[in-house]
Design a protein around this ligand. Structure first.
Ligand code: NAP
Length: 301
């Protein structure tokens, strides 16, 4: 048997539970792994709440991204073998918050030796999103990127990628995250009232691109800072971005491999914050559900 953290019904965290189930076997195109670390993301509680549809069969395993060691290889896979250390997105019906899970081989890459399992587990969702959101529209070195939610899991990696490309990055976050945001090389600006005026003090002509990882009123408040609303990309709130004339994040298949290399070469630190055990998976999700976690939250079974 193998432990897995599930939610039993759509709704609040009271529906979550650690359960035993048989070790899952891989279908065609799937890899079975023993999980060494799993990333926790806002998507985990959004799925549980039914915000992303209600098509998950219940009880639904939680956690979209994991890193571990391959124990079995499904039919039709030639690129991986038993014993390989990998990171990837979980297969349909599976969860990363588990002792064992299944990954989709098509969204799995080899874990470089230099990258710890905890760091690797932040790559498939947060890392790949940070990569895509900073590459979707072109910026030149010296141009300004305004990053809303710069102290979160995606934000800290996006800020570092921006600095690697020599963009001027203005990172918006709460006061407690000043040090974290500044450690990326970004200029810190505290979230809250008069944000547009405070950004204009730093960037009188306004940023060349807004990357939004927060949404709602926080996005509305800064939308007029860009001369063209099509220079807004949101990963957090596609409806508000569209209403404002901005773009939704477009995910690409190459992002996971690219950001893995960038992390391997030490150019980006995923900033793993607190690590929880599988018994503490509920606390890990609750920490992310506050919407104010610092960096990435990881579960290590
Ligand atoms: N579409 C995709 O493929 C995809 C993939 C990954 C993530 N996402 C989405 O992208 C967003 C960010 O993800 P994440 O993993 O970085 O989340 P996270 O770690 O929870 O970070 C979100 C950040 O938002 C800030 N925030 C929350 N409420 C705020 C407010 N009212 N005003 C200003 N800032 C506020 C928080 O910063 P402070 O604590 O400093 O306020 C926090 O650091 C989420 O909505 C997530 O669902 C989408």
């Amino acid at each position: 048997m193998s432990k897995v953290y599930v939610f039993n019904d759509y709704g609040g965290p009271e529906t979550q539970q650690l359960v035993d189930r048989p070790v899952p076997g891989p279908g065609p195109g799937e890899l079975a792994i023993v999980v060494r670390a799993a990333g926790v993301n806002p998507a985990d509680w959004k799925i549980r709440e039914g915000q992303l549809g209600r098509h998950w069969s219940l009880p639904a395993p939680m956690g979209r991204e994991a890193a571990g060691v391959i124990t079995q290889v499904g039919y039709g896979i030639e690129d991986f073998t038993v014993g390989d250390e990998v990171l990837g997105l979980v297969a349909p019906g599976q969860g990363g918050l588990a002792e064992h899970t299944l990954l989709r081989a098509s969204t799995t890459v080899a874990k470089p030796e230099e990258v710890s399992f905890a760091d690797a587990a932040t790559i498939p969702v947060a890392g790949a999103t940070a990569y895509d959101v900073t590459h979707q529209l072109e910026l030149e070195p010296g141009q300004t990127l305004l990053l809303l939610g710069a102290g979160g899991g995606v934000g800290l990696m996006a800020a570092q990628i921006g600095r690697v490309h020599e963009f001027t990055v203005i990172g918006v976050a709460s006061a407690v995250k000043r040090g974290l945001v500044e450690s990326t090389g970004a200029i810190f600006v505290e979230s809250g009232s008069n944000l547009p005026e405070r950004v204009r003090e730093i960037s009188p002509d306004g940023p060349d691109l807004i990357v939004d990882l927060v949404g709602g009123d926080a996005l509305r408040a800064v939308a007029d800072l860009v001369p063209d609303r099509a220079r807004i990309i949101s990963a957090a709130d596609l409806d508000t971005a569209a209403e404002l004339g901005g773009l939704a994040l477009a995910r690409t298949s190459e992002a996971m491999g690219k950001i893995t290399e960038v992390i391997q070469y030490g150019l980006v630190d995923p900033h793993v914050g607190t690590q929880f055990s599988l018994d503490e998976a509920g606390q890990a999700i609750a920490t992310v559900e506050t919407r104010h976690a610092a960096g990435k939250i990881v579960v290590v079974p």
